[in-house]
Write a protein that binds this ligand. Structure first.
Ligand code: SAM
Length: 351
């Protein structure tokens, strides 16, 4: 039986498990812990992709600086405040502002935007702006930002170095930066991609054990989706031999969501867009039934959505925010869940 204290070897065994009955047990245990620790309410966060400019050269990501096939954009002050107003009007408790690592977004400007959102709404503000200097992170926290998402992508140092070249010599890795975010008082969110070429089962099992050891508040995981405009998406990163390489499938995604819920029962865990992209019909809903308790519908103005192209085929419905809200409430009802009220902060519970 999978349980919160599983060893790394047991986690790896579950990652390799393919027997349908055993997997049914994994889903059940994860769903039961989800119900017990975070309830049937699903937190809806409005995702606003505020810029696709990026200084980095991550081998997997379509926003990488070298990608000349991507038209670039940055939202205006007015567009950001409109996104926040829409999110608040729909009754969703959090706005997530995500971007490439865009130094055209200055410390002072974003601090002002955050403060203005806080003046105008009761929204919690989550940032996902990449590896910004300490002074930026501190200023944004002081301006009122509540949470910060920074996936560490993989805990395997060799693979991390291959997929995530540093911008500055000697910069801390993302696991170290997550510690800094916590010290600044943010709720901190980590996470990894699943099935990036070179990722072994053993290293993915260690990633999940790190979610537990670091007591992460939010944990986002999703399958790697190849983007032909990146080195990882055009065969430049060699996969491991069969049997060692983690597959980038939706099923592996559900396993990681379930194991994450089991080892970190009170964390906020989204059913991610990548999961919804690799299985358009059911990815999001199966994620929610196998451990997840958060969804992040897109509130970016429609003319920009296609430009925030981390990977091709991203699942982004062509509908208004009102229509999304109605549809989500209905679909959640169909799986016995409700839309949460309030900000959806992490509620710590002893396990
Ligand atoms: N710049 C910020 C950062 O790096 O944290 C936020 C934006 S970044 C695009 C958000 C996340 O997208 C990354 O942490 C990564 O896990 C995910 N991502 C990027 N490219 C992907 C791909 N090809 N397949 C799946 N996920 C991807």
């Amino acid at each position: 039986m999978p349980g919160p204290e599983m060893s790394v070897c047991e986690i790896e065994r579950w990652l390799r498990e393919d027997d349908p009955q055993a997997l049914a047990t994994l889903w059940e245990v994860a769903d039961e812990l989800r119900r017990r620790y975070v309830g049937d309410e699903v937190h809806i966060r409005g995702l606003l992709e505020i810029s696709n400019n990026c200084a980095r050269s991550c081998a997997y990501c379509g926003l990488r600086a070298e990608n000349v096939n991507l038209p670039r954009y940055r939202l205006t002050w007015k567009e950001i405040l409109e996104g926040a107003a829409t999110t608040a009007a729909l009754g969703w408790g959090t706005i997530v502002m995500q971007a490439g690592e865009d130094y055209g977004i200055t410390r002072e400007w974003l601090a002002e935007v955050i403060a203005e959102i806080k003046r105008r709404t009761d929204l919690a503000v989550t940032l996902s702006m990449g590896e910004r200097p300490l002074e930026d992170l501190r200023a944004w926290r002081e301006a009122g930002a509540d949470r910060y998402l920074l996936r560490f992508e993989t805990s395997d140092p060799g693979l991390y170095a291959r997929i995530h070249p540093p911008l500055r010599e000697g910069e801390p890795n993302r696991l170290e930066q997550l510690e800094v975010l916590r010290e600044l008082g943010y709720e901190a969110g980590g996470g990894v991609m699943i099935g990036i070429p070179g990722q072994s089962y053993a290293s993915l099992a260690r990633d999940i054990a790190i979610f537990r050891a670091m007591d992460m508040d939010m944990i986002g995981v999703g399958p790697f989706i190849p983007n032909p405009d990146t080195p990882a998406g055009c065969g430049e990163l060699p996969p491991l031999p069969e049997g060692e390489q983690v597959p980038a499938t939706d099923r592996m995604g559900y396993k990681v969501v379930a194991l994450t819920r089991i080892v970190r029962p009170d964390a906020n865990i989204p059913a991610t867009t990548a999961l919804a992209t690799v299985n358009r019909r059911e990815g999001r809903w199966l994620g929610l039934q196998r451990g997840a308790n958060v969804i992040m519908p897109n509130v970016t103005p429609r003319r920009y959505r296609e430009m925030y192209r981390l990977y091709p085929g991203k699942a982004i419905p062509e509908e208004t925010a009102d229509a999304t809200a109605d549809r989500l409430a209905k679909q959640l009802g169909e799986i016995g869940r409700t839309v949460a009220a309030g900000r959806g902060d992490r509620r710590r519970m002893l396990c």
